[in-house]
Design a protein around this ligand. Structure first.
Ligand code: COA
Length: 380
């Protein structure tokens, strides 16, 4: 299945998009991909929501050409034919079965992958927004997705799923558009971001901002060292001691070299360096700062009342998924989310890979999601 990311303008000069913070965005573009066909009733749609550094390319083989690159320059490291980040979950016969469902994956506000964000032009001064990009919330992201879905003629969403920030979007959707959403599958996420999670994001932002190249967020060249360090801090929180030990043990880059030589990195160091550089090559530092802030501000109860009362109002059927080794969004937090909801079931993935298991353990995810979607789609 070859897919090309679409980029469309949803809001323009005469009809700007109003953000929660009071600022307006115009024009506002959204990048998205779709897989499968919408049925006549417009009610077999499933929305897939990505996490912090994700993009709209969730499934299939990427179709990368000059046109795509001119619209989404940060796709420069995406190889033609590259599989989407949830390819193991979306497709014919997979959990999000494109023979049955119309699957939509959209890139979020604040990102650098085709939806309006800090790398886009601020019409007020014709320069990139960079650090002037306004504060965004998950509610803003959901509002934009709602407009996109209406444009795609979706009448009702069968399910909304995503891990991490993706799960936050699913929860917000079920509160903001209760009549539109039949079910949600939040994975390894939060109803409101924890103090622990804010702490990790704070470290990441501090790493970016302490790089001299950051220049208050108005840089010509990416603050590469800071961005790399931010990713490395993130990676530690996405994995576990067990997975690091299993993968790297005490291996060095050159085991036969002098044990005491400082330049002879441990494989664990080498892995983190690699992951840091990989993000520097494919992501924007202001987007990382913006989106980590979106996550920290996430709280479904904000302005709505007590958290437990707000969660009780969610009518959408829910499958809440936790990961037994997740240190960032622990399994007990997912269980609590399920307990607060009125119509929820809980499933736990077993994995050594911690939070990242939602991007790895496709068999276990599918075992829970396939029957859940079958039952939701059979309900009238
Ligand atoms: N030194 C240097 N590089 C190393 C290494 C070492 N000791 N060990 C592995 N690598 C490199 C591999 O060569 C490979 O490179 P490639 O991606 O260019 O092919 C990469 O690290 C593999 O990463 P790994 O984490 O081992 O892959 P995985 O299969 O366990 O996980 C993903 C797959 C998609 C989850 C992971 O690659 C990823 O992108 N994680 C993103 C983290 C994230 O955003 N999580 C969500 C947060 S909300």
């Amino acid at each position: 299945m070859e897919v090309q990311t679409q980029r469309i303008q949803l809001f323009g000069e005469n009809h700007p998009f109003q953000l929660e913070c009071g600022a307006e965005l115009s024009p506002l573009h959204v990048a998205y991909e779709t897989y499968g066909e919408l049925n006549e009733d417009g009610d077999n749609a499933i929305l897939i929501c990505h996490a912090l550094s994700g993009d709209a390319h969730a499934a299939g083989a990427a179709h990368i050409n000059d046109e795509v690159l001119s619209q989404i320059p940060f796709y420069k490291t995406m190889k033609p034919g590259q599989s989407g980040w949830w390819d193991g979950m979306i497709g014919s016969g997979r959990a999000f079965d494109t023979d049955k469902y119309f699957v939509i994956s959209s890139n979020i506000l604040g990102s650098c992958y085709g939806t309006t964000g800090p790398t886009d032009i601020n019409p007020l001064n014709n320069r990139s927004w960079q650090a002037d990009f306004p504060t965004i919330t998950v509610r803003d992201i959901v509002k934009v997705q709602h407009v996109l879905l209406q444009k795609l003629s979706v009448k009702k969403i069968l399910s909304i799923s995503g891990g991490s920030l993706g799960g936050m979007q699913a929860l917000e959707w079920s509160i903001m558009y209760p009549d539109f959403v039949k079910s949600i599958i939040p994975i390894a996420t939060a109803a409101r971001h924890s103090a622990w999670g804010v702490g990790f994001n704070h470290l990441a932002r501090q790493a970016v901002m302490s790089d001299a190249a950051w220049q208050g967020g108005f840089y010509d060249e990416q603050p590469a060292k800071g961005l790399s360090l931010a990713r490395q801090i993130g990676m530690i929180s996405y994995r576990t001691d067990i997975s690091f030990q299993k993968r790297f043990g005490r291996e060095r880059l050159e085991n036969e070299k002098d044990y005491l030589e400082a330049g002879n990195l441990f494989q664990s160091e080498s892995y983190l360096n690699y992951q840091g550089q990989k993000l520097v090559n494919r992501f924007d530092a202001n987007s990382l700062v913006t989106i980590s802030r979106i996550i920290d501000l996430h709280d479904v109860s904000r302005g709505r009342g007590e958290l437990t009362e707000v969660m009780k109002t969610i009518e959408a059927k829910a499958l809440c998924i936790g990961i037994d080794t997740d240190i960032l969004y622990p399994a007990h937090e997912q269980q609590t989310i399920a307990e607060m909801l009125t119509n929820a079931q809980y499933f736990e993935i077993r994995s050594a890979d911690g939070h990242d298991a939602f991007l790895i353990e496709f068999d276990q995810l599918s075992r829970a999601i396939t029957p859940f979607l079958d039952s939701v789609s059979q309900e009238k």
